[in-house]
Design a protein around this ligand. Structure first.
Ligand SMILES: Cc1cc2nc3c(=O)[nH]c(=O)nc-3n(C[C@H](O)[C@H](O)[C@H](O)COP(=O)(O)OP(=O)(O)OC[C@H]3O[C@@H](n4cnc5c(N)ncnc54)[C@H](O)[C@@H]3O)c2cc1C
Length: 301
């Protein structure tokens, strides 16, 4: 048990489910919604040195434990939600900016290249951390640099994309690194092309993903040379359930959570899918989802 965190910017025992797309999980011991870097520093300075700290973006790639998170959850609001398209085509965005909004802001200024973000409901910070991507592109291809604060030292630096270690749905960043903002490179594009590309992306998502459900996108990373969805489908696991969690019947690499589902249901289903795919193919799937807080066992399955 660590010492107390007292700050006017911090609330105690705040339910986190509503801040995630799965809509499950317990409370954060502390939650701070900060408007700028000064507030972020003030909260970190008030926190006991051994208190775990985690930045939550739009919660579209996480499962929060039913027990919650025994530490400080930070959400970036205020100036972190600003986006600006420069005359040079460089788009500057705070880490809290939603990716579809980022893409639309660029398109409204006649700039293209970020359309693949339209179907990804994460934030700029989450995209940098996860190297989010889709439709043949990823964050590494469009990012110029990111402004990052390392929590223990509080140092802030601008890190060029090459130094972020971005790989397939991964980066060299750890939970100690807070992405504060990022700059993206765009290309000139005519409105008709952007419009048809956006419609195409929306259509593809509608046809291939269980829209309108509680999910967190792809559960597992694709193993080299194949897709996790195909392996799960071929193992006959579409529709497999644990409590209120189910393998989507539309896209086998999506889990959907019904009303009343728990984080434990999702954890157990992820483990069960992993075990059954491994038994059928010898391939051990690696989760793309991030589990926040305490779960039984070190990893699902
Ligand atoms: C319907 C749906 C479709 C999806 N499709 C795709 C897709 O096509 N491609 C894809 O890549 N992903 C997809 N995802 C997953 C998800 O949107 C991405 O992984 C996204 O990048 C996560 O961003 P987030 O802000 O929601 O991060 P969160 O889920 O809030 O957090 C994910 C991780 O990033 C960290 N993080 C968040 N913000 C910051 C920050 N500012 N600084 C440091 N660390 C931070 C968190 O601590 C956590 O470790 C999809 C999800 C859904 C629900």
């Amino acid at each position: 048990m660590t010492g107390r965190l007292d700050s006017p910017l911090v609330r105690h025992d705040v339910p986190l489910a509503a801040f995630t797309t799965f809509k499950v999980g317990g409370p954060a011991r502390y939650l701070a919604e900060v408007s700028d870097e000064e507030q972020l520093l003030a909260v970190l300075d008030a926190a006991p040195a051994d208190l775990p700290v985690l930045v939550l973006g739009r919660g579209s790639n996480v499962v929060v434990s039913d027990e919650g998170y025994d530490g400080l959850i930070v959400r970036l609001r205020g100036t972190f939600l600003e986006v600006e398209v420069g005359g040079d085509g460089i788009v500057r965005a705070g880490a809290g900016v939603a990716l579809p909004r980022l893409a639309r802001a660029a398109a409204a200024a006649g700039r293209g290249g970020l359309e693949f973000y339209l179907g990804i409901p994460g934030s700029v910070g989450g995209a940098v951390r996860m190297n989010a991507g889709g439709h043949g592109r990823d964050t590494a291809a469009v990012l110029r640099d990111a402004r990052i604060m390392t929590v223990p030292a509080r140092d802030v630096r601008t890190v060029p994309v090459e130094a972020l270690g971005l790989g397939y749905r991964s980066s060299a960043l750890t939970d100690d690194d807070v992405v504060l903002g990022a700059r993206f490179v765009t290309v000139p594009a005519d409105p008709a092309t952007l419009e048809s590309r956006s419609r195409e992306i929306a259509r593809w998502r509608r046809e291939h993903q269980p829209g309108g459900t509680r999910n967190a996108g792809s559960v597992f990373k694709n193993p080299p040379g194949t897709s996790a969805g195909r392996l799960i489908d071929e193992a006959g696991l579409k529709g497999l359930r644990r409590g209120g969690a189910m393998v989507s019947t539309l896209h086998a690499n999506f889990l959907v959570a019904e009303e009343g589902a728990t984080a434990r249901d999702i954890w157990e289903l992820v483990g069960e899918v992993r075990r059954r795919v491994e038994a059928a193919t010898g391939i051990r799937l690696e989760p793309e989802l991030r589990f926040v807080g305490r779960f039984e066992g070190e990893e699902p399955g």
